[in-house]
Design a protein around this ligand. Structure first.
Ligand code: AMP
Length: 430
């Protein structure tokens, strides 16, 4: 086949079945869990004034390198959202809802990143944000919600990693200790790490490049520089997770990408994904972001999970199968009239998934299509049925049950009165 003139742009995919339905199923599970936990939904716009995202911190790759930013026809500089937190905080500042404001979201995010398996330029996220309380129990509840979702999906091969980044007041002391340490070993760092060091030494800690990682391994940790309050909050989160039986490990080098993170940070790292993009999701507190967007000094905490990565991990672990894709009934109509058209319509109107072949195919071809469809029931109408005022109903698979009074599981074909069609099909499917 000749190569099509147009391909989907690099880093984007056409998500078709079964993954398209699996993604919807995951989001439906999440919507249910989020609602149970008291979250309402928000659908922010997919693009914002670029400034909204720039507030996330210019030292982060998401802002410095990966933003899809462009000028619109009105001369505004717009960016496609690379994540949701900044949009949710912007919405909070704009609408000033009652606090704590608990919202959940799902939808695409865009990052001009190097495409590879599990890393796309358009990818789907789901997540929550809670704005307006610094109670560490909320951190625990937010982590518990993410944990529960992964549990309901059936994933087991991942680890919850947590850390505390302390308060802003804890930063200067720690950053200078960290900078002194990295400067003493500057010769061992990669050029990228040296550049990052000048902007945000914290980010050198989570460099995945082997040379940097070895140096970061021995760096002083923020945990040793926490204020009494931040330390107590971290203890409270750990106690909370223990109370809820949620296993975790503390990794003092988990910093996460954005400058506004404070106190609790966490990540779910999957063993089933390539190590460079093994994060199923993550989040934490961002007690300075709302204020940076021009709002009151309200704290916030949230997480986001990568939908595509959850599905990849599910494939690797053999969990979260696709929902069945077959219709319930396949209609085979060999008359010249509109019987096929009328039957599928009647079935669909009664809430029964039905499909049929088109183009006036032969009986044989239509029965083949019926088999291929894997529908458990076929409804057949030919001239004989039309003149008798009946339809023939055929059970296609043993799972579909059988005609009343016959051997269970044996494929059967029998005629019923046309007016009994829906009733008969319903009882076969139940
Ligand atoms: P982050 O805001 O970078 O922590 O992203 C949150 C989650 O979104 C990550 O844990 C991933 O699961 C997912 N994610 C981030 N970037 C990408 C990407 N380029 N492609 C696919 N998933 C991504």
């Amino acid at each position: 086949m000749a190569r099509a003139e147009f391909q989907s742009p690099p880093g984007t995919r056409d998500i078709t079945e079964p993954d398209a339905s699996r993604a919807r199923q995951l989001i439906a599970l999440f919507a249910e869990e989020a609602r149970r936990a008291g979250f309402g939904r928000i659908e922010p716009p997919m693009f914002e004034d670029v400034g909204v995202f720039v507030r996330l911190g210019e030292a982060s790759d998401v802002v410095s390198k990966e933003l899809y930013a462009f000028e619109d026809k009105g001369g505004r500089t717009i960016a496609l959202r690379p994540e949701f937190t900044a949009s949710v905080c912007r919405a909070f500042v704009q609408h000033r809802p009652l606090t704590p404001w608990k919202t959940w979201y799902e939808g695409p995010a865009f990052r001009y990143d190097k495409p590879q398996k599990g890393r796309y330029r358009q990818f789907a996220q789901l997540g929550v944000e809670v704005i307006g309380s610094d109670d560490p129990d909320i951190d625990t509840e937010v982590i518990a919600l993410a944990h529960r979702l992964l549990q309901r999906v059936g994933l087991t091969g991942h680890t919850l990693i947590i850390n505390s980044l302390g308060d802003f007041a804890d930063r200067p002391g720690y950053l200078s200790a960290l900078t002194d340490y990295f400067e003493a070993r500057i010769g061992e760092l990669t050029d990228q790490a040296k550049a990052t060091l000048a902007i945000n030494p914290l980010r050198v800690l989570d460099s995945k490049r082997p040379g940097d990682a070895a140096v970061a391994e021995e760096a002083p940790t923020i945990i040793d520089h926490l204020s009494a309050e931040a330390s107590a909050a971290f203890e409270r989160v750990k106690d909370g997770l223990a109370t809820l039986d949620i296993p975790f490990v503390v990794n003092p080098r988990l910093v996460r990408g954005l400058d506004y993170y404070t106190r609790t940070t966490f990540e779910f790292a999957s063993d089933s994904l390539d190590s460079a993009q093994n994060a199923l999701g993550g989040g934490g507190r961002y007690d300075g972001l709302v204020e940076a967007l021009g709002g009151p000094p309200e704290p916030g905490v949230g997480f986001s999970i990568g939908v595509d990565r959850v599905l990849l991990a599910s494939d690797a672990e053999g969990v979260f199968p696709a929902p069945p894709s077959s219709v319930d009934v396949w209609v085979v109509a060999t008359t010249d009239g509109t019987d096929g058209l009328g039957l599928v319509h009647e079935l669909r109107s009664a809430g029964i998934a039905a499909d049929r072949a088109y183009d006036g195919r032969s009986m044989k071809a239509q029965m083949k299509a019926a088999n291929r469809s894997q529908a458990p029931v076929a409804v057949i109408v030919g001239e004989d049925e039309v003149s008798a005022g009946t339809v023939s109903v055929r059970t296609m698979r043993s799972a579909a049950g059988s005609a009343p009074g016959s051997d269970a599981g044996t494929p059967q074909q029998f005629q019923v009165d046309r007016s009994k069609l829906i009733e008969t099909v319903r009882s076969l499917l139940s």
